[in-house]
Write a protein that binds this ligand. Structure first.
Ligand code: GUN
Length: 281
């Protein structure tokens, strides 16, 4: 029997209805949640992501502004802009879209964001809070994946979770969230020998590498939950994930599609984090 789909669009719709109510309640108290998204340069994928983030805010009653800067913006000017936003009481969330141009130190930029406005959850202080089990903001993509597991009532406690990809944005925070939910967690990276030996052991398999078809059907345990965080283009230019979807869905118990899986959930959790930042402010 083919896997059941985990529909990120449908789950997002349900969660965003709640977001809209919380935003309206805050606005009624004179505290409309506000997010500024900063994009430096013209990375085409980033342009689509930031536009979708801002549109989703506007559709659910949050204030949102997209600030676009040329690729030659200096690090100093970017830090100064973040400093101004840190001081602006109407702005509860600041997101600097990654990647940044190579002349800008992304770590320095992220550390400049007020940790209380770091709706991405990337600041070292938020990464530390997450690691020690007291999260302030959960990074949006891994947070969305946890909501997807919740939506199918998956018993994460005691499950073997394998994450393919060890980025600060997805793999590492995903590992922390799954660990705290009681899973036994393995993080694989680009140097992992015999990736399949690890992935075949996974009850929950989260794939976030940016490499198309890195996970094939023979690498998946029958009945496993497969969550595909990848966002790639196939030979015809169509969006696809990191998982060989057509074949893996014949083996897995549950699978998230690309598009329509993790993507909308990432944006939904950004809205949730911005609301939480406003509620705490
Ligand atoms: N680039 C890819 N994913 C993300 C994300 O979740 N946040 C930011 N700021 N940049 C990204």
């Amino acid at each position: 029997m083919p896997a059941q789909l985990i529909d990120g669009n449908l789950l997002s719709q349900q969660l965003r209805a709640e977001v809209g109510k919380r935003a309206a309640a805050l606005t009624a108290q004179g505290k409309q949640p506000g997010l500024v998204v900063i994009l430096v340069g013209e990375n085409p994928a980033s342009q689509v992501y930031v536009r979708n983030k801002v549109k989703a805010c506007e559709a659910h009653g949050l204030y949102s502004a997209l600030e676009k800067y040329d690729a030659d913006l200096s690090e100093e000017d970017l830090l100064a802009r973040i400093d101004a936003l840190n001081r602006n009481p109407k702005i509860h969330g600041i997101l600097v879209q990654l990647p940044l141009p190579p002349h800008i130190d992304a770590h320095k930029v992220i550390e400049e964001i007020d940790a209380d406005k770091d709706v991405d959850g990337f600041h070292v202080s938020n990464a530390g809070l997450l690691m020690t089990g007291q999260p302030l903001f959960r990074p949006c993509t891994p947070y969305g994946v946890m909501k997807m597991l919740e939506s199918i009532d998956y018993p994460v406690r005691g499950a073997n979770a394998v994450i393919v990809g060890a980025s600060n944005i997805v793999g590492k925070p995903q590992a922390m969230l799954l660990l705290q939910a009681g899973a036994t967690v393995t993080i694989c990276n680009s140097k992992t020998r015999d990736l399949g030996a690890h992935t075949r052991n996974a009850d929950i398999l989260v794939v976030a590498t940016g490499k198309r078809n890195i996970v094939t059907a023979d690498m998946v345990k029958p009945g496993a939950v497969v969550i595909d965080v990848g966002m790639n283009r196939d030979d015809e230019g169509k969006l696809c994930g990191d998982v060989d979807f057509a074949n893996v869905k014949q083996v897995a118990g549950y699978i998230s599609p690309v598009p329509g899986g993790v993507g909308p959930m990432t944006i939904t959790m950004l809205l949730v984090n911005t609301i939480e930042a406003a509620e705490r402010s």
